[in-house]
Design a protein around this ligand. Structure first.
Ligand code: UDP
Length: 241
């Protein structure tokens, strides 16, 4: 495929769904090791890799709280952040098992299991070739790990945010439901916002747009795609100004 230049430092956003089998919840070790193998190959090439992990395979705060009347929505969001830590621990072991040096970092302190997220320390890890796994999102409720990805991507000065999905990119309609849905090769932030296209949540899109941080939405299910996208191959949908 055609390619632009290779990225040097990237932020990979892995949703919780990449930790489970399609249509299932929880953690499936085979799925975790598949994604870890792809990520490890990228790290071995000397690409600086920060991974923001989601938690939707375990729990989403808003969904849990909706209609329950028992658990407050705020509590649900904190629970969701904890869910991302569970995924982060699984991914850490999978990566370390492949010989990859990693650090799990969280903005909510839990020093027995993860380092506190400190920007300068995160940058040191990256420059020393360690994969940093960023869990517990932003540390604040009412946002998602997409927002955390945009925020950390900006502050860690990555070249691009890579949003891993199960489909090939951003479509004019849901491709799992509509066979006529067309895949966009590139999109402007303004159009994504105007047409409410499914790239990342609104807060994350706004933050990437305001900071000129491009996003590539791509299919992580195709073996080798994480390497391809990092190498600058023109796969997926590129979202920029
Ligand atoms: N969450 C939060 N603040 C954050 C990141 C996440 O409150 O900064 C909570 C929120 O309830 C969210 C849940 O954690 O639904 C799991 O994250 P997310 O939905 O982003 O997971 P994904 O969709 O990527 O699997």
């Amino acid at each position: 495929a055609e390619s632009s230049s290779q990225f040097r430092r990237v932020l990979l956003k892995l949703s919780g769904e990449s930790f489970s089998r399609p249509g299932e919840t929880g953690i499936n070790p085979d799925e975790v090791s598949k994604i870890a193998e792809q990520a490890a190959r990228v790290a071995r090439k000397g690409i600086e890799l920060a991974i923001v992990v989601g938690g939707g395979n375990i729990l989403r705060g808003a969904t849990l709280a909706r209609g329950s009347g028992v658990i407050k929505e705020t509590t649900g969001h904190y629970m969701g952040m904890m869910a991302t830590v569970i995924n982060g621990l699984a991914l850490q072991d999978a990566l370390e098992g492949l010989g990859c040096e990693t650090r799990l970092m969280t903005p909510i302190r839990m020093e027995e299991v993860a380092e506190p997220y400190i920007r300068r320390r995160a940058l040191t890890h990256l420059t020393r070739g360690r994969v940093i796994i960023l869990a517990a999102g932003t540390g604040s409720p009412f946002v998602t790990t997409d927002t955390a990805a945009a925020l950390r991507g900006k502050e860690l000065e990555v070249d691009v945010v890579l949003k891993a999905t199960r489909v090939d990119g951003v479509y004019s309609a849901d491709p799992e439901k509509n066979p006529h849905a067309a895949l966009y090769e590139s999109l402007a932030f303004d159009r994504v916002m105007r047409e409410d296209l499914k790239v990342m949540d609104g807060a994350a899109i706004g933050m990437c747009r305001d900071n000129g941080l491009p996003i590539i939405v791509f299919n992580y299910k195709r073996e080798g795609n994480i390497e391809r996208v990092v190498a600058g191959e023109l796969i997926g949908t590129w979202v920029s100004d």
